[in-house]
Ligand binder design. Structure first.
Ligand code: 3HC
Length: 692
């Protein structure tokens, strides 16, 4: 059955309705259906005007991204849109919800756009490493001006109905009977016998707008040197302005088709689907229903506990923060208020929203206050004894069926679960700091965690705006376990001859916002030092710095020095002397390292650990590891995450290098994981393994 149907109203309006759930993406069948129905409506003497509408909550979410990179089945989207624009009968878009990417381009090719108050209109292609490829870079500037259009396309952020009405993108905002309003609008256009084509040259572009566009384009290109699509976007808009619609469209389409093949776009599309895939837990189907969560409690009012409580409050879930002492509770509540006040001052939050959020937060001393919570998240000190005591108490206090979650970053969730008589209700919810800002949430599935506890956790994650990834129990789970490998490699390369600023420069050049040493200085070196004392792991440089009282930024000294409270570190001769001395003591002849070698030595062991994590079933897919590292550890998204990146590098090259690293250092943990070896030897890729 065609995903596009046509109904003709008594007044002579053909309503073409797209029904391609879940988001009405413009796949081949929709494009074909639209063109066919349009042609029929145009030929039908009973039809005076045409409305394009859609079923469901989303109007059209764009081109079908899963078709990218495959041969295009005609008709192409540009061809369908040209047929709409040139229609001898007016065509009006009835945009029932979101119109994104090709969805908005479809609406732009229509002769008017009618939207309800909640509609969102945007061209998010930039976020997928491409540019609008069906006329967006041409029709939008002509409709709303080049500078506003460029701003929308370069940010990828949608605009609201009000904004769209104000800038001319929407013709009417109607809050009831969208189809009737769109039909009436279409009939009025037909009666007038004239309608504006958004693709015609008459438009809003004047000299001032043109100048503003050029400034914005130069700025955007400068800010995103790694994104070839930003340059292509500016060029497409400019070509349309200088040489007219036909050349503009041709330039846009050629750039679009090229960018689709570019590794950057492939990486970003990989992450788009990976993020959605991560929410699926193999073996747990739709029949498993979530438990209701109406009330939450958080144990611990520290920075982490406060951040987690803010997540609940912002989602409108009443939350009680629990502390042992009144003073700690008051300090925690004051910190939450202060965080919101800062956002209000910055203008990113309204006073009303702050009041609303705070209205959902209460504080209490004593664990009894958790008795009526549906979910309790423990965010106390990272110590097994402390956790055991808390979970023992919660076991007595919490109501039957309540989910008992721990925010531990490293500890054994199974051991924590076994301190209770209800291990099936225990799960790890590993938030990242600051918890109210960072999107990633590792959901740690214990050996006995019940399926409906996992489903509830996934459901809750979405409600509080998090990106969940389900992981298994091991030291550090997926994210921190891989981080430990990078830290180890970073220490090792210092002793071998590199200096902190050289390592950090290689890593930021690779695309991270911060290098590992700047990061450690920011977080505080004492954290790792304390945990190494427990685990027995050695980090000679880190330990040496801590023994001197250099704990990073907070003490003004660390891998770098921070004179007068500076936030950006500068090279520290004392630290560098310490590093050199430690190398000498070990008889290491220091040598220099190229950026490429630094990246190989830091990142290949991470990929190797990722492969071990996959083999052990700690992560269900390699793409889950990518999602964790891109969203929790700032791995550059344009490379697709460590595992996707590794395939681009070549798995056999990585295996070979790891063998060398293992031989040089005598560290057997650097030997390639069996899975990595198998794949490198030609038995497929991480992506194939995921698909299987
Ligand atoms: N193509 C193919 N599949 C898509 C899709 C698209 N454009 N948009 C969403 N989907 C799929 C998702 O993969 C998901 O599939 P799954 O259920 O199998 O995992 C399903 O639709 C539902 O999507 P979400 O889970 O994301 O649903 P939400 O309700 O959370 O979000 C949305 C809806 C805001 C529309 C979000 O899906 C979204 O942002 N989609 C992408 C929008 C986009 O980038 N459009 C531009 C595409 S490129 C383009 O149009 C090129 C053109 O210029 C030629």
């Amino acid at each position: 059955m065609s995903p596009v149907r046509s109904d003709i109203t008594e007044a002579g309006v053909a309503i073409l309705t797209i029904a391609n759930p879940p988001v009405n993406a413009l796949g081949a069948a929709v494009r074909g259906g639209l063109l066919e129905q349009l042609t029929q409506a145009q030929a039908n003497p009973a039809v005076t005007a045409i409305v394009i509408a859609a079923e469901g909550k989303v109007f059209v979410a764009g081109a079908d991204i899963s078709e990218f990179g495959k041969p295009i089945t005609p008709p192409s989207l540009p061809d369908v849109l040209t047929a709409i624009e040139r229609s001898p009968k007016p065509v009006v878009a009835a945009i029932n919800g979101m119109a994104l990417g090709g969805g908005l381009e479809l609406a732009l090719a229509c002769h008017a756009r009618i939207v309800p108050p909640g509609a969102k209109l945007g061209l998010p292609e930039i976020k997928l490493g491409i540019i609008p490829g069906a006329g967006g870079t041409q029709r939008l500037p002509r409709l709303i001006g080049a500078a506003p259009a460029f701003a929308m396309m370069a940010s990828g952020e949608p605009v609201t109905a009000d904004k769209a009405l104000a800038n001319g993108l929407a013709d009417e905002v109607v809050d009831s009977d969208l189809l009737a309003a769109a039909s009436a609008h279409a009939l009025r256009l037909a009666e007038a016998g004239a309608w504006r084509l958004s693709g015609t040259a008459e438009g809003k572009v004047d000299e001032a707008d043109r100048a503003a566009f050029e400034i914005a384009a130069a700025d955007a290109i400068k800010k995103a040197p790694r994104m070839p699509n930003v340059k292509a976007l500016a060029l497409s808009v400019r070509t349309g302005l200088d040489k007219g619609l036909t050349e503009g469209l041709a330039t846009e389409r050629a750039a679009f088709l090229n960018l689709v093949k570019d590794p950057t776009s492939k990486a970003l599309r990989h992450l788009f689907f990976a993020e959605r895939e991560a929410a699926r837990v193999p073996g747990i189907g739709k029949e498993v229903k979530a438990r209701p969560v109406g009330k939450a409690a958080v144990i611990g009012a520290g920075t982490m506990g406060g951040g987690i409580a803010m997540c609940f409050a912002q989602a409108g879930i009443p939350v009680t923060i629990i502390e042992v002492k009144e003073e700690a509770l008051a300090a925690g509540l004051a910190r939450i208020r202060a965080n919101y006040e800062t956002s209000v001052k910055r203008g990113s939050l309204s006073q009303a929203a702050m009041d609303r959020h705070l209205g959902f937060v209460t504080g209490a001393v004593g664990m009894e206050a958790a008795a009526d919570a549906d979910i309790i998240v423990e965010a106390a000190f990272e110590d097994m004894g402390v956790k055991a005591e808390i979970f023992g108490a919660l076991d007595r206090i919490a109501k039957p069926g309540a989910i008992l979650a721990t925010n531990t970053s490293y500890l054994d969730v199974n051991a924590i679960a076994d301190t209770t008589s209800r291990p099936q209700d225990v799960v790890g919810l590993h938030f990242f700091s600051p918890a109210n800002v960072m999107r990633l949430l590792e959901i740690v599935r214990g050996a006995k965690t019940a399926p409906d506890v996992l489903v509830t956790s996934l459901d809750l994650a979405r409600k509080i705006g998090k990106l969940p990834v389900v992981v298994g129990v091991c030291y550090g789970f997926v994210g921190n376990r891989i981080l430990a490998k990078r830290s180890q490699a970073a220490e090792r390369i210092l002793l071998a001859g590199a200096l902190p600023h050289e390592v950090d420069a290689a890593v930021t050049d690779f695309g991270f916002r911060m290098g590992p040493f700047a990061m450690l200085d920011l977080a505080g070196l004492d954290i790792g030092w304390r945990s190494r004392k427990v685990t027995g792991v050695k980090a000679p440089v880190g330990d040496g710095l801590c023994e001197q009282g250099y704990f990073g930024q907070k003490t003004g000294r660390g891998f770098y020095r921070y004179p007068d409270g500076a936030r950006k570190g500068e090279r520290d001769p004392d630290t560098e002397a310490l590093i050199t001395r430690l190398s000498e003591e070990r008889g290491i002849v220091r040598r220099s390292f190229s950026n490429e070698e630094i990246i190989a030595r830091l990142m290949y062991p991470m990929v190797n650990e990722g492969a071990k994590i996959l083999e052990e079933g700690i992560a269900a897919r390699s793409s889950d590891i990518d999602v964790v590292w891109v969203n929790g550890y700032n791995w550059p998204n344009f490379t697709g995450g460590p595992m996707h990146w590794a395939e681009g590098v070549g798995l056999s090259r990585i295996v070979e290098a790891l063998e060398t690293f293992a031989a040089e250092t005598g560290d057997e943990s650097l030997q390639p994981a069996p899975l990595l070896r198998r794949l490198a030897e030609g038995s497929g890729s991480f992506a194939d393994k995921d698909a299987a």
